[in-house]
Design a protein around this ligand. Structure first.
Ligand code: HEM
Length: 212
C-alpha cells in the first residue's frame, strides 16, 4: 500500500471519528435549551405581570403597551429556540434521537423519564402556541382555559431541564431554576390573593349563587 492510500484511509478514519465524537451540536442543543428556558420564563413572568396589572387596574399605558408587545414576541422567540434545541438533537450523531423520540414520550435513548417530561412540556406549549394563534377565532373563555396550560408546561420544562440537563449541577443554572421558580410562584400567589382579584372572582360567582 503506498503512502497516499494510507493517508487517505487515515483521513477517512479521523473524519468518521470526529463525526461521532465532536460535541459541537451537543453544546448547541444545551445553549438553545437554556436560552429557550430563559425566554419562556420571562414570557410567563410578563404574562403574570400583565394579569396583575389588569386586576389592579393599572393605568400606565406605556407599561401596558410594553408588556403586551413583549409577551407574544418572547413566546415566538421561545418557539424558535425550542425548534433549534430539538433539531440540533436530531442532527447530533453523539446520541441517536429520531423525530419519533421528539414527538412520543417512549423509548428515549438518553435519560428517558426526564426527556419524556420534555416531550409532555412540548405538548403543553403546543396547546398554548396554537390556541394563541387562533385566539380571535375561538371564544375568549376557551382561549383563557387553554392558556392556563402554560403553567403546567412551565413546571414540566423546569423538571425536564433539572433532570435531563448536563448543566443542572452548575451554580448559575441552579440560581436560574430556583430564581425563576421562586418569582413565578410569588407572582401566581399575588395574582390569586390580590384583593381586587378576589373581589372580581366573588362578584363573578355571586349571580350564580343568587340564582340557586
Ligand atoms: C421533544 C421534546 C424535548 C426533548 C426530546 C428534549 C431533550 C433534551 C435533552 C436530551 C436534554 C439534555 C441536554 C443536556 O445534556 O444538557 C435536554 C435539556 C434541556 N432541555 Fe430539552 N427537550 C425537549 C423539550 C424541551 C423544551 C420544550 C424546553 C424549553 C422550553 C427544553 C429545555 C431544556 C433545558 C432548559 C435543558 C437543560 C439544558 C442544560 O442543562 O444545559 N426542552 N432536553
Amino acid at each position: 500500500m503506498n503512502i497516499f492510500a494510507s493517508l487517505s484511509s487515515l483521513s477517512i478514519t479521523l473524519a468518521a471519528t470526529s463525526a461521532t465524537t465532536n460535541p459541537f451540536l451537543w453544546y448547541v442543543t444545551r445553549a438553545a435549551a437554556t436560552s429557550a428556558y430563559i425566554t419562556l420564563s420571562v414570557t410567563v413572568i410578563i404574562g403574570l405581570f400583565r394579569s396583575l396589572a389588569r386586576v389592579s387596574r393599572l393605568r400606565n399605558s406605556r407599561a401596558l403597551w410594553l408588556l403586551d408587545e413583549l409577551h407574544p414576541y418572547l413566546a415566538v422567540l421561545t418557539l424558535a429556540l425550542v425548534v433549534f434545541h430539538l433539531l440540533s438533537l436530531v442532527f447530533d450523531p453523539l446520541i441517536p434521537f429520531s423525530l419519533l423520540n421528539l414527538l412520543l414520550p417512549f423509548d428515549q435513548p438518553y435519560r428517558p423519564l426526564a426527556v419524556d417530561l420534555g416531550v409532555l412540556a412540548l405538548y403543553g406549549l403546543a396547546v398554548v402556541w396554537l390556541s394563541s394563534w387562533v385566539k380571535h377565532r375561538i371564544a375568549y373563555a376557551s382561549w383563557r382555559a387553554l392558556h392556563y396550560t402554560s403553567f403546567a408546561a412551565f413546571v414540566l420544562v423546569t423538571l425536564h431541564g433539572i433532570f435531563a440537563g448536563s448543566d443542572s449541577g452548575e451554580p448559575w443554572m441552579r440560581v436560574l431554576y430556583l430564581g425563576v421558580s421562586g418569582v413565578v410562584t410569588l407572582l401566581v400567589l399575588a395574582r390569586i390573593f390580590w384583593p381586587e382579584a378576589r373581589q372580581t372572582n366573588s362578584s363573578r360567582v355571586a349571580p350564580a349563587r343568587r340564582g340557586r
